[in-house]
Design a protein. Structure first.
Length: 336
């Protein structure tokens, strides 16, 4: 009997929805729950339902609102933060060891004596060691013979690896021969009229080429110190970001020079117990514009204007000729 009744309801539904409730309701207008479930089942098959289905709970979307992320016209958006890979790349800067050979000569045996070269060398060596973590080898006055300088360079060649950086600081007399276009450092045992004990720029370049270290910076505070180089042809303006710039120059080997002057004499005083150039260098290394910076930035931001404004000499930043330079730069990392 029940099957017949349910079949009658089904026929009524197929014929039209208007018979659905009246045919299945009792005298009080109440629909048997079992009948109602059958009606709903049939309605679902026909794409209808006697009562609206319960709504699924709404889950807030985690996708960004396009209107909120769209750039506002006339206002430049902030650059995105560096990716993990970029931070990893920038972290390799300065991971190698830092060495410095510091040479200062006042008390020449056969040449005029200087007043501040040793003070300059001691002060700069101390800053490099204390503030930048350099391993320092110092040759002062009688220690700074030609043989000792060459021995120190050869010792460093055996210690340095391809990840390391070397700074050579020389403060003393210099000479230049226009006939051969060659400049010289004059060790403490040099003679005015005999070049046997002189260190020529070509010999220095050869020694630098033999070094396996990634970066070598020569800082020369002597007369005619800028003549051992060729123009670097560099320009730090327009770099995309400093981090990418530092990464780029840090990955390529460098052999560069910061000279206290070009093909000209330089003065040994004018800087409160130091030469004008050394005084500017000490100040720059003590209070640099950033914790990480290159030799080129050191020159452009600190040394050039400071020295040129106080003396006739003009400091120079250049690439050392025939030394193995491949487009990088020396990167300083201040530790404290």
């Amino acid at each position: 009997m029940k099957r017949l009744f349910y079949g009658f309801v089904l026929v009524m539904l197929l014929m039209g929805g208007g018979y659905r409730v009246s045919a299945a309701a009792d005298a009080n207008g109440q629909v048997d729950p079992r009948v109602q479930s059958t009606i709903d089942a049939v309605d679902r098959g026909l794409g209808r339902m006697s009562s609206p289905p319960a709504k699924e709970p709404t889950v807030p979307s985690t996708a960004p609102d396009p209107a909120a992320t769209a750039p506002i016209e006339g206002i430049e958006s902030e650059p995105p933060p560096p990716s993990v890979e970029e931070e990893k790349d920038s972290s390799v800067i300065g991971t190698g060891r830092y060495f410095a050979l510091v040479i200062g000569i006042d008390r020449y045996r056969k040449l005029p004596k200087l007043e501040n070269a040793v003070n300059d060398a001691v002060a700069i060596g101390r800053i490099l060691k204390d503030d930048y973590g350099f391993n320092i080898r110092t040759l002062l006055d009688k220690e700074a013979t030609r043989d000792n300088i060459m021995l120190a360079l050869n010792d460093l060649r055996r210690q340095l690896t391809e990840k390391d950086s070397l700074l050579i600081y020389y403060s003393g007399h210099g000479e230049y021969y226009a006939q051969t276009e060659t400049s010289y450092w004059l060790p403490v045992d040099a003679d005015r009229d005999d070049t046997t004990r002189w260190l020529d720029s070509q010999g220095i370049a050869v020694q630098l080429k033999l070094l396996t270290s990634m970066h070598v910076l020569v800082v020369a505070d002597s007369c005619f110190s800028g003549t051992i180089t060729r123009s670097a042809g560099s320009d730090i303006s327009g770099k995309r970001t400093r981090s990418s710039y530092l990464k780029k120059v840090g990955e390529k080997s460098s052999r560069v020079l910061i000279a206290s002057g070009g093909n000209e004499p330089v003065i040994d005083s004018g800087g409160k117990g130091h030469s004008v150039f050394a005084d500017a260098l000490i100040t720059a290394l003590s209070r640099p514009f950033d914790k990480v910076f290159t030799a080129e930035e050191l020159m452009a931001r600190h040394l050039k204007e400071s020295v040129a404004g106080r003396a006739e000499q003009l400091p120079e930043y250049k690439v050392i000729r025939n030394s193995g330079h491949e487009g990088g730069d020396f990167v300083f990392v201040k530790k404290r």
